[in-house]
Structure formats: C-alpha cells, structure tokens
Design a protein around this ligand. Structure first.
Ligand code: AMP
Ligand code: MG
Length: 351
C-alpha cells in the first residue's frame, strides 16, 4: 500500500487536517498523535474500516476499538443512554486520557466493538488530535498505532517503523505527552469498573463519582498468576500479550542494592537492564537504559514504551527491570511493565 507522510510542523495543521478527513471519509486508515499514544484511525461507523485497522495491526478482531470524538455532541448518537455519572466524568476529564464504556446504539457496527453490545469512547486533549477530530465529521475508531503485541508508539519514529506500507496516511505530531494508553472505565454495568489503569487514577475517578471497582484482571497479582485460558475479561484486550519487547523481560523485586547485586552477578553484554536514573550507577554490567526519575513517576510513564523499543534496537537477548512504585500513575506503569513481562517476576535474593 502507498503510504503518505505528513508532519504538523512542516506541512501545517490545515493541510494535515484536510488530508486526515479525506482519508477517514473515504474509508481509509490514518495514524495520528494523541496525548496518550499514537492511534491508527478509521471511520468508526464503517465495518470495512475496522477490518482494515485489524489487518494493518495484525490484531485479533474480537479486541474492540475505542471511538475518538472532538465534540461532546458526537457522543449521543453512539450510545444507548447518557447517565449523571458519565456527565460528571465528562465535565471533569474530557478532553483527556479517559475512555468511557457505554451500551452502544444501533449505528455502531459490531465489527468496531469486537462483537460487543458496548462501545468505548474518548475525547483526546492533544491539540493536533483535537483539531483533526473537530474537523472530521465522523467518530474515529482507533487502537494504538503499533503492530499487535509490540509496545505502543509514543513517537512518530515508532509509528513509521510499524505501519509504513500498511496505512494510507501517517501524521507526525511529535512525542506523546503522557506515553501510556488511556484509563478505561466501564459505565455499562451496575458499578463503574476500572478496566485499564492510566493517567486518570482510581482515586481521581472516585473523587468525582464515588464508588468505582477494579476489574481483578488489572491487579498485579493476577497478571503474575496469568489469566486462565477459559476466562473472559471485560476488556477483551486484557487477555492478549501486550507491549512486549522482543527479548523476554523479568521484573526483579527487592531493594535497589539487592537487585544491583544480583544483576551485576548474572548480566552479560546481551542483557538489557531497565532502571531509574537514581539507580543507574549501581549497575556495572549489561546494557543499562534509564526510563526516568523515581522522584517523577510521570517521567517513567512517558519513557516506558520507547525504552522497551530501544532494547529491541540494541538486540539484547534478555531484559531485567527494577520494580517501580504503584502509587498514582505508578499503577498504570506497573500494569504495562508486568504485561510486557508476561507476568514474569523474580526475587533479587533468589536470582
Ligand atoms: P488500544 O486501542 O490498543 O488501547 O486497545 C483498546 C482497549 O480498549 C482494548 O484493551 C479493548 O479491550 C478495550 N475496549 C475497547 N472497547 C471496549 C468495550 N466496548 N468493552 C470493553 N473494553 C473495550
Ligand atoms: Mg494497543
């Protein structure tokens, strides 16, 4: 497939937005920047556009897509019913990195929702995404713009690496401000349920609507134990291997000194070590990459996926990571890191 590339900086937002609308309205697919990660978008009301997205990513078609909108009025035709809770959340967090799940209306094809009766909707805050979605007359179905299973793309280079030749248009809009996918909150059942942790934390949601429960599959202990083959998680994406670098990854638990002692003993030049800036000096062996500062958990969220991709470029055979805090955005960081590790954890003392 012929792929056109446009950059907001070089080509200007007007030209970029016109090209984006043209691709989406003619049933094609286009990658675009958002504040979470880059998305691969298509017409959210067109089954054949969903099929193109699944094919380009190599994504299983039972893994539903999130619909992206630029204006609140675009939400109502997509959903069966608006609730007071949803209104409060939208007032507090949209535009922003929060995806809400509703019972869907008739106009949303099942091909877009992975066969479900529910639909996920988000209004991004990234200025480029917001402008593209305001100008486009259609809701845009978009998963992350990576080949299925790989770490999500947080810079244009990653998008080009994965999707050149597989999409009609790739839009360069710089690096993603947050670097982790949106928080997903399911409002379609009795109690609002957190299906994916993100920048908008459980505590922030509870401060607005009171009771919110966590889907057990997002808890670290469940990722480590593994999801049984016959289990059907509420967010179908949760059952797939995700965010993974090419080399096997293990999260090492213990004090920084104990982790460094163990890895200095077992690492060689083909071993990747993922650590914080504060702890980097403790590691004497292996290919050491820092992912941000412990003092600033958002810096770790921002750099996680790009650092996992850098290990692929270095061609390491094995990766070990330190264990990061679960406070605030740390919950989302550890959720992605443990998924990337396929639940593999080790204790520094027994390595
Ligand atoms: P991605 O677009 O790659 O961030 O993946 C979208 C995530 O949203 C996947 O994990 C899906 O399982 C989840 N998702 C999308 N729509 C729904 C829905 N209707 N119900 C539950 N989860 C959903
Ligand atoms: Mg994804």
């Amino acid at each position: 497939m012929k792929t056109r590339i446009l950059s907001v900086r070089d080509d200007g937002i007007d030209a970029v937005s016109a090209a984006f609308s043209e691709v989406i309205e003619s049933g094609g697919i286009a990658a675009f920047p958002t504040e979470t990660v880059y998305g691969l978008g298509g017409n959210g009301l067109l089954a054949s556009a969903a099929a193109k997205i699944y094919a380009a990513k190599g994504r299983p078609s039972d893994n539903p897509l999130i619909l992206h909108i630029g204006k609140e009025e675009q939400l109502f035709p997509l959903i069966a019913e608006m609730t007071a809770e949803a209104e409060a959340l939208i007032r507090a967090f949209w535009p922003g990195p929060l995806t809400l799940i509703f019972q869907k209306s008739e106009i949303v094809p099942r091909e877009t929702t992975g066969g479900l009766n529910t639909v996920a909707v988000r209004m991004p805050s990234d200025p480029t995404a917001h402008r593209l979605l305001m100008d486009c007359a259609l809701p845009v179905a978009a998963p992350s713009a990576n080949i299925s299973g790989r770490p999500s793309p947080t810079s244009f280079r990653h998008v080009k690496e994965d999707l050149f030749g597989r999409a009609d248009l790739l839009i360069d809009g710089g690096d993603s401000a947050i670097g982790l996918e949106s928080t997903i909150l399911d409002l379609s059942g009795q109690v609002p349920t957190l299906l994916r942790p993100g920048f908008i934390t459980l505590e922030k949601l509870q401060a607005v609507i009171g009771e919110v429960q966590e889907d057990p599959v997002i808890r670290p202990e469940h990722i480590i134990a593994g999801i049984p083959a016959d289990f059907r998680p509420k967010a179908p994406g949760m059952k797939y291997r995700h965010y993974a670098p090419k080399a096997p990854l293990t999260v090492v638990r213990g004090s920084a000194a104990a982790v460094a002692e163990a890895l200095n003993r077992i690492a060689d030049e083909d071993t990747g070590i993922l650590t914080s800036e504060e702890h980097a000096a403790l590691f004497q062996k292996g290919r050491v990459l820092t992912v941000g500062r412990l003092k600033d958990p958002e810096s770790i969220a921002h750099a996680l996926f790009s650092t996992l991709r850098r290990f692929d470029e270095l061609g390491v055979h094995r990766i070990y990571s330190e264990d990061f805090t679960e406070a605030d955005i740390g919950t989302a960081v550890m959720n992605r890191l443990l998924k990337a590790a396929g639940g593999s954890v080790a204790d520094a003392e027994t390595l």
